[in-house]
Design a protein around this ligand. Structure first.
Ligand code: HDE
Length: 711
């Protein structure tokens, strides 16, 4: 097939999914109201009664249909990953991957494969908050020409347990406690920590769960990991082990815990809104697909078992090869029809992608299909538009609840002669499982190579920056602080002494425990810089800045600032005391985006205070604006102020950083993400300095300041 043909094929594929969905879309625009059977309705506000004050009549078919449908509108939420948010997009490889896999969608850059992605939290129910401390799901459905391929990933590269048979226990322990259904969407309770201290294999994952990874800034700023070890198989039948990675082009960034908790109240939809808005504005999230490829002969080369899902393959040992890019460019039309009804399954593979004997993966291959049967009400969920492959479906499976296809053939069995054996298996192009040689005794056992639960936990701890370590310790204090049983709290201290003595001592300080008497640790001194978020991509694009201004602001400053931000893809919103317009010294009017009742610093990446005497004098006397900058400072966010705007910072509780003043008039002053300038009309250097500070995401050096502001 030449390139032009391939290009066309890619395009056809992309359009096919959209066209397929088009068939099922209904706008209900400019239409008459009907029953589900097409009968036009004359009145839908009054039920049919015997007399206008009399009882409702059984024969009111419209009333009955409307109420019955409503009564049956809910389906069971997912047993885990109930709260999620999805988007459409496409994927293309950068170069042919034929050396490693025969998967057609990885064959050539001209193949553009439509995708649907659903991001999720794990523990909370469907109505819980987005910013809770939790693992995030990152599931992608590729609608390939060879059938759907699902990469059902998380934003943490390892898992809690090694064997799927422990999954129900693990999930029961972290979910709300069964007697009182408390707490919701939180790991800070006795049952979970009781399970933890009795499950040494969970140690490594708990460090990740208590790290910044579990409170992402945005779905757009998370990595994705296939977690389990899979295989890539090429056309010659050669197989290699593989781990899948998604790498966001905006880098990996997180909230701080205080901010995450406040957002759960002020904007529980923070992550879904962020994704929806970004796509609506054309800021399409992009993720590169990476693979860690391991030759089969290197299977036993490491000091961990490559089939153990509580271990990651350090990128420094097995580099991540970036092979393509996914772009999310379309929001859903209907949340229920698409995001809720989409059904992922790690067993949805295509030729060229195969499994390993990872015992967690093996169990997953059972669970996902099983769960869809109850959640989506029967065996025909593959016919729901969002789940339909673009590849044709032909088999002898028939009937069942909600069957949509009208199978016209009288033949529903194989082999047959009435239809010349159609549909017929294809031994050449059909899926062939990798012919791995396996032998062994039937045993309920864990291989000894799965028994080291602490070395990689130490490696992870060693890899964290000072700020990241501090966040983990504080997370222990919060989470274990929520445990009422003293013995469990002490056992947490002792458990993490196996990883690192200093960590255990720090945990003990915050949970009323006794520091370990015997020094712990594993002796591992190595680190993996790739897992620290300190080393991630840092760019200003798509960040959101709050501008604090009131009547009497300086219009040149604000306009120049907004232009400079827009030029690099930063969005700005004006926050003021009330909605409507504010007027500058020179009479220019600006529309206020939000007032202090609807906005908080926690909803922004950075804050800017523009000059103008009257504006700043009002800000200084307003508790809300002072709180806004104090809180942003506490959360280590960039703060900028120009000319009179600097006075608001001086009036705030910010301490310990240098701010423009009498001794440095006209000069740009930047310290720990606080960017200020006074007595200057040339704001180019200020704007650039502020953009640089925004790109840094947070300025953790402030954590070392002795006096942190209250907020
Ligand atoms: Fe899942 N998981 N899981 N999981 N998982 C589900 O399937 C399960 C695991 C992941 O947005 C369920 O349709 C078992 C690892 C995501 O719809 C269920 C085990 C990883 C999603 C299920 C695991 C994941 C799920 C619940 C191991 C990262 C949401 C609803 C023992 C690689 C997909 C559903 C979506 C969902 C079972 C472990 C990721 C019950 C048995 C490891 C992203 O089938």
């Amino acid at each position: 097939m030449d390139t032009v043909q391939k290009k066309n094929r890619g395009k056809v594929q992309d359009d096919t999914k959209n066209e397929q969905l088009e068939i099922f879309r209904s706008d209900h625009n400019n239409e008459k109201l009907t029953t589900n059977h097409g009968l036009q309705i004359s009145n839908t506000d009054d039920s049919l009664k015997a007399g206008s004050r009399g009882p409702t009549l059984m024969e009111d078919f419209h009333f009955r249909e409307k109420l019955t449908h409503f009564d049956h509108e809910r389906i069971p939420e997912r047993v885990v990953h109930a709260r999620g948010f999805g988007a459409h997009g496409y994927f293309q490889v950068y170069e042919p991957m034929t050396e490693y896999t025969k998967a057609k969608f990885l064959e050539h850059p001209s193949v553009k494969t439509p995708v649907f992605v659903r991001f999720s939290t794990v523990v909370g129910s469907k109505g819980s908050a987005d910013t809770v401390r939790d693992v995030r799901g990152f599931a992608t459905k590729f609608y390939t020409s060879e059938g759907n391929y699902d990469l059902v990933a998380n934003n943490i590269p390892i898992f809690f347990i090694q064997d799927a048979i422990k999954f129900p226990d693990m999930v029961h322990s972290i979910k709300p406690e069964p007697h009182n259904d408390i707490p919701q969407a939180s790991a800070a309770h006795d049952n979970f920590w009781d399970f933890i201290v009795n499950t040494p294999e969970i140690t490594h994952m708990i460090l990740w769960l208590l790290s910044d990874r579990a409170i992402p800034r945005s779905f757009r700023m998370m990595e994705g990991f296939g977690v389990n070890t899979f295989r890539l198989v090429n056309a010659q039948g050669k197989a290699r082990f593989v781990k899948f990675h998604w790498k966001p082009l905006l880098g990996v960034h997180s909230l701080v815990w205080d901010e995450a908790q406040k957002l759960a109240g002020k904007d529980p939809d923070f992550h879904r809104r962020d994704l929806w808005d970004a796509i609506s504005m054309g800021n399409y999230p992009e993720f590169e697909l990476g693979v860690q490829i391991l030759e089969e002969e290197n299977e036993f080369k490491f000091n961990f078992d490559i089939l153990d899902p509580t271990k990651f393959w350090p990128e420094e040992l097995v580099p991540v090869k970036i092979i393509g890019k996914m772009t999310l460019n379309r929001n859903v039309d209907n949340f229920f029809a698409e995001t809720e009804q989409v059904a992922f399954h790690p067993g949805h593979v295509v030729p060229g992608i195969d499994f390993s004997n990872d015992p967690l993966l093996q169990g997953r291959l059972f669970s996902y299909l099983d769960t869809q049967l109850i959640r989506l009400g029967g065996p025909n969920f593959h016919e729901i538009p969002i789940n339909r492959p673009v590849a044709p479906v032909h088999n002898n499976q028939r009937d069942g609840y909600h069957r949509m296809t009208i199978d016209r053939s009288r033949v529903n069995y194989f082999p047959n002669s009435l239809q010349k054996n159609s549909p017929i298996p294809d031994p050449q192009n059909g899926y062939i499982h990798y012919a791995e040689k396996v032998e062994g005794k039937k045993v309920r056992e864990r291989n000894p190579s799965f028994k080291d639960h602490y070395s990689q936990a130490t490696l992870f701890w060693n890899s964290m920056s000072e700020a990241e370590r501090q966040h983990i310790i504080e997370a222990f204090h919060f989470e274990v602080g929520g445990v009422t049983n003293k013995e469990i709290r002490q056992r947490v201290v002792d458990m993490f002494n196996n990883v690192n003595s200093q960590l255990a001592i720090e945990i003990a300080k915050g949970v009323g425990g006794t520091p370990p008497i015997t020094p712990g640790g594993t002796g591992v001194t190595a680190s993996s810089p790739a897992v620290s978020q300190e080393n991630t991509i840092k760019v200003p694009q798509t960040r959101k800045v709050a501008i604090l201004a009131e009547n009497g602001f300086n219009c040149t400053e604000i306009v120049k600032f907004m232009e400079a931000m827009e030029d690099v893809g930063i969005t700005t919103e004006i926050i003021s005391t009330s909605l409507g317009q504010i007027t500058s010294v020179s009479g220019m009017e600006l529309e206020v985006s939000k007032h202090y009742h609807s906005a908080g610093s926690i909803m922004y990446d950075a804050v800017y205070i523009t000059g103008g005497r009257q504006s700043v004098d009002s800000l200084i006397t307003n508790g809300d604006s002072l709180h806004f900058v104090n809180e942003a400072f506490k959360h280590a966010k960039p703060i900028g102020a120009t000319n009179e705007g600097v006075d608001l910072l001086k009036a705030s509780a910010i301490q310990g950083v240098k701010i423009a003043g009498t001794d440095n008039q006209g000069q740009l002053t930047t310290e720990l993400g606080v960017v200020t300038i006074q007595n200057s009309t040339d704001l180019t250097s200020f704007n650039q300095g502020f953009i640089n500070a925004v790109a840094q995401h947070r300025h953790w050096g402030r954590q070392n300041l002795k006096k942190m502001v209250p907020a």
